[in-house]
Design a binder for this molecule. Sequence first.
Ligand code: NAD
Ligand code: DAU
Length: 340
Amino acid sequence: MTEQAFAPQRIVVTGGAGFIGSNFVHWVVNNQPGVHVTVLDALTYAGNRQNLAGIPEDRLDFVHGNICDEQLVDQLVSQTDAVVHFAAESHNDNSIADPTPFLQTNVHGTYVLLQACKKYDVRFHHISTDEVYGDLALDDPARFTESTPYNPSSPYSSTKASSDLLVRAWVRTYGVRATISNCSNNYGPYQHVEKFIPRQITNLICGIRPKLYGDGLNVRDWIHTEDHSSAVWCILTKGKVGETYLIGADGERSNIDVLRAILDGMGAGPDDFDWVRDRPGHDRRYAIDSTKLRTELGWQPQHTDFAQGLAQAIAWYRDNEDWWRPAKEATEAKYAAQGQ
Ligand code: NAD
Ligand code: DAU
């Protein structure tokens, strides 16, 4: 059972200059002609104004600011129909090195947004992750569902779990009109070079050997960013307030299989990489059962050919060196200092 469709005319997108947030903004501008978007983004190391290039001025306002800034958030939320909340510190390895910004942005920032949505009775959609459920064994036939107990492992995933719990409490206690989505690993263009797939592609372009953590058998459930974006719009407009929806596209693959596909796609040999120190607390396997989203809201992923998506990603990083080069050296220096 879905509620009557919700049709926002103005939305605030937090973190809209990041990898997934900017994809969502382009998706909305391209697919929802009547909707105006205001992006609120602090432009941290992970945000890039260029990610929003090409969007007509009459469709987008860009606000450079922090979701922890109560006054600014109050002002923006008072003038919108909905908030779609992507802004976060998003990288596990960074959270292990320094959890502080994860607590500030992921927990306190979500609280500030919820308070404003409560004050103005504004619809809120919270973007979360499958990592809140912890991990699964490689041989476990189970996948995560909406009723899997929370069991986060890392500073990153525990702050995302905390933010989900805040959203649930604000729904129940204050009647905030909110939904939550927990998605699996995204890939596609504009992903920061700190993340697994872009790191290995850009390493090969730079003549650096790719780096694989641990035994390489950890499994991630890959989804193309475009499919995450269409799912978020579907939940925002058709989802039932108070509900959680898992987003996934049946894309389970081991890290070593993904790396070997990249090596093959870029003309390198299957063993042309380095084994490096494992991530502390490294989750073994993630896997999403997205039956609820598909059966209740009618969503389907469109970009399920992983080989094709990976080839497009490789081509994109080859063609867009200007975009990723400025971040590459510092990212690799940070990894080298961590033995990774
Ligand atoms: P990202 O790191 O690429 O982008 C994060 C964006 O948020 C950046 O533009 C950054 O400038 C902005 N930001 C950070 N702190 C901010 C603050 N205090 N105020 C305002 N803006 C701030 O992240 P991503 O990979 O695009 O992830 C987006 C969201 O999706 C996150 O909530 C993440 O937890 C979730 N998610 C990511 C994945 C994935 O595979 N990347 C999968 C599932 C869920
Ligand atoms: O599952 C959703 C999550 O996916 C999101 O919530 C996070 O924001 C996003 O960063 C991602 O988390 P992961 O930790 O799974 O992604 P990452 O790209 O960092 O790593 C993917 C896998 O690859 C993981 O098992 C660690 C491994 N890895 C990573 C890097 C950077 C390597 O083996 N070598 C590497 O160099």
